[in-house]
Design a protein around this ligand. Structure first.
Ligand code: HEM
Ligand SMILES: *[C@@H]1O[C@H](CO)[C@@H](O)[C@H](O)[C@H]1NC(C)=O
Ligand SMILES: *[C@@H]1O[C@H](CO)[C@@H](O)[C@H](O)[C@H]1NC(C)=O
Ligand SMILES: *[C@@H]1O[C@H](CO)[C@@H](O)[C@H](O)[C@H]1NC(C)=O
Ligand SMILES: *[C@@H]1O[C@H](CO)[C@@H](O)[C@H](O)[C@H]1NC(C)=O
Ligand SMILES: *[C@@H]1O[C@H](CO)[C@@H](O)[C@H](O)[C@H]1NC(C)=O
Length: 360
C-alpha cells in the first residue's frame, strides 16, 4: 500500500547512526548556539519525498510464501493500528492499496507528532530508544501509542486511554463489534454496521469516560477507521462489502493476514464514511467537560467537513506546541516534513492555504 511505502521510508531509513548522536539530555546546560553546533555537526540527510501512486493497483496475493507470519520476538513493537501491526508480523510492507494522497497525509501528520524528525524513525507502538536521541522537550517522539493525534478515544477494539491500555486488542470491545455485526449486518461487518457501531462507541464513551474527547485530528481518524476494515480487510476477490468476523479477528487480534489473503482491487481511502456521518447528522466535535455525561461542543475543533481547518490547526497548534522554537537541522527537518504534509492536502484536492510556522 502507498501508506506502507511511505511508512517504510520513514521507518527503514536509518539516516544517522544513533550511537554517534550525542544525547540531548546531557546538553541541558548548553546554550542554543552550542546545541545547534553539536546537532549540525552530525551527519544528516534530508528526508526523501514520499513515493507516488503504485503503478499496479490490482488485487494480488500478499500473504505469500516469502512472507509468512512471524511471531513476536522480545523487543518487537506493536501498537494500536491493526494494519501496521499485521504488516510488521509479515516482515514486509505490501501495498494494501491505500489511496496515495490520503496515505501521505496520514503518514506525515502521524510522523510529525510521534516520529523522530532527525533520524526519520517512528515506532508503531510505544516509545522506544530505537528511534534515536529525542529532540528537546516538549517534543515527545513517543510512537503511535501516544494519545494526542491519531490514537484516541472511541476505537473499535482498543479501550480509551482513560481506562489504562490504549493500544492492545480488547476482547470486550471486539465482542461489541460482533454484537453489532450480528444485529445490523447478518453476522458480517459492513458500512451499515460501521455507522451503528461508531454511534454506539461515541455514546458509550460519553457515558463512561470522564475524560472523553473527540476533536480534530482524532475526530477524522475515528470516523475514517470505522470503514477501513471493510475497505482493506476484505479479500480483493470478494466484492460483497461484507467483512467476515474471523477475518477481522485475524487482523485486529492475531495481527496476521488470513490464509491466501489477496489485497483489494484498486486504491481507496475512506469511501463509505458517508454511511457513518449520515447516521449522526447532528454530531459535533467536543469532550466531556466535567465528568461523564457532560459532553460539550468544542467550536475550536475542525469538523469533518473542514479539512483545511484541520490542516492549519494541526500545524499551528499541535506541531507548534511540540516544537515551539526549533533551530538548525531540526527546524529544516520539520519544514521538509511539513512541506510533504501540505503537498498531501494539495494532492487530495482540498486546496488549503499553506502555513509556515517556521518560515518559508
Ligand atoms: C491501509 C492502511 C491502513 C489500514 C487498513 C488501517 C486500519 C486501521 C484501523 C481499522 C484502525 C482502528 C483500530 C480500532 O479502532 O480498533 C486503525 C488505527 C490506527 N491506525 Fe491504521 N490503518 C492503516 C494505515 C495507517 C497508517 C499509515 C498509520 C500511521 C502511520 C496508521 C496509524 C494508526 C493509528 C495511530 C491508529 C490508532 C487510532 C485509534 O486510537 O484507534 N494507520 N488503523
Ligand atoms: C476493555 O475495554 C473495556 C470497555 O471499554 C474496559 O472497561 C476494560 O477496562 C478494557 N480492558 C482492558 C484489559 O483494558
Ligand atoms: C497509552 O499507552 C501507552 C503504552 O502503554 C502509555 O505509555 C501511555 O501513557 C498511554 N496513554 C495514556 C494517555 O494513557
Ligand atoms: C449490511 O448487512 C445487512 C444485513 O445483511 C444489510 O441489510 C445491509 O444492507 C448491509 N449494508 C451494506 C452497506 O452492505
Ligand atoms: C488466532 O490465533 C490463535 C492462536 O494461534 C488461533 O488458535 C486462532 O485460530 C487464530 N484466529 C484467527 C481468527 O486467526
Ligand atoms: C479490478 O478493477 C478494475 C477497475 O475497476 C476492473 O476493470 C477489473 O476487472 C477488476 N479486477 C478484478 C480481478 O476484479
Amino acid at each position: 500500500m502507498f501508506a506502507s511505502l511511505a511508512v517504510y521510508a520513514l521507518l527503514a531509513l536509518k539516516i544517522c547512526a544513533v550511537g554517534a548522536f550525542p544525547a540531548y539530555e546531557s546538553l541541558a546546560g548548553l546554550s542554543r548556539e552550542e546545541l545547534d553546533a553539536v546537532v549540525s555537526s552530525t551527519k544528516w540527510v534530508p528526508p526523501p519525498p514520499p513515493p507516488g501512486p503504485l503503478t499496479d493497483q490490482s488485487s494480488k496475493l500478499v500473504h505469500d510464501a516469502a512472507h509468512p507470519y512471524q511471531p513476536l520476538q522480545p523487543g518487537d513493537q506493536r501498537g494500536p493500528c491493526p494494519a501496521l501491526n499485521t504488516l510488521a508480523s509479515h516482515g514486509y510492507l505490501p501495498p494494501l492499496n491505500l489511496e496515495n494522497s490520503f496515505a501521505r497525509f496520514l503518514v506525515y501528520s502521524t510522523f510529525l507528532v510521534n516520529g523522530n524528525p532527525i533520524t526519520n524513525l517512528m515506532s508503531i507502538g510505544d516509545k522506544t530508544s530505537l528511534t534515536g536521541q529525542d529532540p528537546p522537550r516538549p517534543a515527545t517522539v513517543a510512537g503511535l501509542d501516544t494519545h494526542n493525534n491519531c490514537e484516541g478515544d472511541t476505537s473499535m477494539t482498543r479501550a480509551d486511554a482513560y481506562f489504562g491500555d490504549n493500544h492492545s486488542f480488547n476482547e470486550t470491545r471486539f465482542q461489541n463489534m460482533v454484537k453489532f455485526s450480528k444485529k445490523y449486518g447478518a453476522g458480517k461487518y459492513n458500512y451499515t454496521v460501521a455507522a451503528q457501531y461508531r454511534k454506539f462507541l461515541i455514546e458509550d464513551s460519553i457515558k463512561h469516560n470522564p475524560q472523553f474527547s473527540l476533536v480534530s485530528p482524532r475526530l477524522f481518524t475515528a470516523f475514517g477507521e470505522s470503514v477501513f476494515p471493510i475497505n482493506f480487510f476484505i479479500d480483493g476477490r470478494d466484492t460483497s462489502g461484507q467483512l467476515d468476523l474471523d477475518v477481522a479477528r485475524s487482523f485486529f487480534q492475531n495481527m496476521t493476514f488470513p490464509p491466501d489473503f489477496h489485497r483489494r482491487n484498486g486504491s481507496i481511502s475512506n469511501f463509505g464514511q458517508d454511511y457513518v456521518t449520515d447516521l449522526m447528522p447532528n454530531f459535533k466535535p467536543g469532550y466531556n467537560a466535567h465528568g461523564v455525561n457532560s459532553y460539550v461542543h468544542d467550536p475550536t475543533s475542525a469538523t469533518l467537513t473542514q479539512p483545511c481547518v484541520r490542516y492549519v490547526n494541526f500545524v499551528n497548534r499541535n506541531i507548534k506546541q511540540l516544537y515551539p522554537n526549533p533551530t538548525g537541522i531540526l527546524k529544516e527537518a520539520l519544514k521538509i516534513n511539513l512541506q510533504y504534509l501540505y503537498e498531501a492536502t494539495v494532492a487530495s484536492g482540498d486546496g488549503c492555504t499553506q502555513v509556515f510556522p517556521y518560515g518559508r
